[in-house]
Design a protein around this ligand. Sequence first.
Ligand SMILES: N=c1c2ncn([C@@H]3O[C@H](COP(=O)(O)OP(=O)(O)OP(=O)(O)O)[C@@H](O)[C@H]3O)c2ncn1[C@@H]1O[C@H](COP(=O)(O)O)[C@@H](O)[C@H]1O
Length: 103
Amino acid sequence: MQPDIFDELWKVIEERAAGSDEKRSYVRTLLYHEKGIDKPLEKVGEEAVEYILAIKNGDAERSVSEAADLIFHLMVSLKAADIHFDLIKEELSKRRAGMNLHD
Ligand SMILES: N=c1c2ncn([C@@H]3O[C@H](COP(=O)(O)OP(=O)(O)OP(=O)(O)O)[C@@H](O)[C@H]3O)c2ncn1[C@@H]1O[C@H](COP(=O)(O)O)[C@@H](O)[C@H]1O
């Protein structure tokens, strides 16, 4: 598995955001939707529900797929809100550092 798939995906999301409409792009469809940020947020909500149902149904394969959908749409929503993904990584790292005090 690629160690930094999240960084790679974030880079693509940023490239799509800055790109042109020439190439069909799902990320751009979400980022430049007429509903504005409500569209990517709507997708986060939908994917969260689908993920919960997959887990509750004990469907491991579906759960993995829905988790990936959820994380992807979460990242697109962060871009829509102009919040860099690095901030999430930093927050998680800080929490790890804090937790380490009690390990
Ligand atoms: N990881 C993903 C990814 N995961 C899911 N999806 C798309 O997310 C959509 C969500 O599925 P749904 O069943 O909810 O779709 P839908 O109901 O038709 O969608 P809506 O009308 O509700 O928006 C599908 O169209 C999937 O193709 C993704 N689309 C893109 N990526 C990544 O983003 C990159 C850039 O994509 P483009 O912007 O399309 O070039 C790709 O190379 C991938 O790495």
